[in-house]
Design a protein around this ligand. Structure first.
Ligand SMILES: O=C(O)C(=O)C[C@]1(C(=O)O)C=C[C@@H](O)C=C1
Length: 249
């Protein structure tokens, strides 16, 4: 049983090492492929592109904005009958791209979004949420779901649209605020309150991720623009309330 991770960037390396530390089965080996020379996590074997595509279970861990092109280029070389999952932080477009490029009767297609990464899982993965969207009517979906439950993750099943709506107003707004506060130049201070320290953590965690993730979250989530406008309206409402208060003087 070969588990493949296509793309070993910040998230892909983390995901490959997570899969190596939590074996899918007693005969499972984890292999990884990356265009560039990333440091390979312990327990993960570096292989060629063709080799990773011959995996029984294949996770794509590439940037949202490259996923469609990667699929177009490699789909004909993916092992027939494989279980194929994406791990993108948005779900509507990646699901569509998988459906358009891979026959859902020939492959077991699953859209997934682990709602954590190297920073948020540094103390372990127990209890952390992962979203699954079933694309193919294939009984092997349960194998994957059961595996995630077995290793302690909180599996949440929903449609890609539902995920994207929720994520725009949770992860999307967090990254937007993190990047905006970083622009403000927030820095540590000896008089930092707990609240300020929490904000600093948000800035650090969101800015640790590649800038491409930020742009992709905002561009490829169909609800992100609406979220940003709502945020702008909320800020203006608070500013107007303050202006009214000042008018009382
Ligand atoms: O833990 C981290 O390093 C993360 O940045 C994880 C994080 C996030 O917190 O927004 C980033 C991308 C994934 O889609 C899920 C979660």
């Amino acid at each position: 049983m070969q588990i493949g991770v296509y793309g070993l960037g910040r998230f892909g390396s983390f995901w490959a090492s997570m899969l190596a530390r939590h074996p899918f089965s007693s005969d499972a080996k984890v292999v990884g492929y990356s265009r560039s020379n990333h440091k390979l996590p312990f327990g993960v074997e570096a292989v060629s592109e063709d080799e990773v595509l011959s995996s029984d279970i294949l996770f794509f861990c590439v940037a949202i904005s490259s996923f469609e092109d990667v699929l177009k280029r490699v789909s004909s070389r993916i092992k027939k009958g494989a279980i194929v999952l994406d791990t993108c932080s948005v779900k509507t477009y990646p699901t569509m791209w998988m459906q358009n490029n891979l026959n859902k009767d020939e492959y077991c297609l699953i859209a997934s979004h682990p709602m954590f990464g190297p920073d948020s899982a540094k103390n372990g993965i127990k209890g952390l949420p992962i979203v699954l969207c079933k694309i193919s009517e294939d009984e092997r979906y349960t194998l994957i779901k059961d595996y995630f439950v077995r290793i302690g993750l909180d599996v949440l099943e929903m449609t890609p649209r539902h995920h994207d709506k929720e994520a725009a107003y949770s992860q999307g707004v967090t990254h937007f605020v993190g990047r905006t506060l970083s622009e403000l130049g927030m820095c540590p201070t000896p008089i930092a309150t707990q609240g300020y320290k929490s904000l600093m953590t948000i800035v650090e965690q969101t800015c640790n991720d590649p800038i491409t993730l930020f742009y992709d979250l905002q561009k490829y989530n169909p609800y992100a623009k609406e979220m940003r406008l709502s945020l702008q309206v909320a800020i203006e409402k608070v500013l107007n309330t303050l202006a009214e208060q000042e008018g009382d003087h």
